[in-house]
Design a protein around this ligand. Sequence first.
Ligand SMILES: [Zn+2]
Length: 225
Amino acid sequence: MRTQMATEAGRATAPSEDRALVGPNLLAVLDGVTAKDETGCVHSVGWFADQLAAEILRFAHHGPAAALVEAIKQTRELHEGDCDLDHPHSPSAAVGLVQIKDDVLRYLVLGDATVVVDTKRELHVVTDTQTNRTAGANPADVEHALTGEIPLADVRRVAILSDGAARAVDLFNLFDWPKALELMATNGPDDLIRKMRQVEKEDAKAIDWPRKKVSDDATVVYLDR
Ligand SMILES: [Zn+2]
């Protein structure tokens, strides 16, 4: 199995709030939710995403949901003394996570990250762009994650994308998911981001494709078997 990743900040003037994880049996993309003015937290979204990513990796011996629950709890402990974690805009992140263990691929999506699993039979595209649920300060929110498992023998390719990268397909329609996976297999996931940035540049006023951010942080983790 070979894993590649690509990530690029949406703007040159601000650090990316996406994080990519490639662990021994776990792949993940985290997308920190851009902070409002008041968050109740003295830390940055980047700090939150870093802590959550580190804790997910630390608990990767659990299943995806249990690992994320533990990661949220541990991250919570790091700042509940200093910060108001009941604040409605407390830092959070969308999470797309894939774990390969015991000949099974397990996935988890919480928020608008996208997990794409190409199998010998079908293409699974998993995302939640509707509910605004993310991984924040409350471990119980993991109950709402979209999860599933697929026999590893059936899996051909896997991609995990932040919404800033998935918009190449679901907003700009540069290609459909099968073609996006082909492109990543041939040219690598950075080519998907490059092609998308070109379109964003040509529509710099967001007129042809109305969108809140002209360019968003974009991250892809791609696995080929
Ligand atoms: Zn804090």
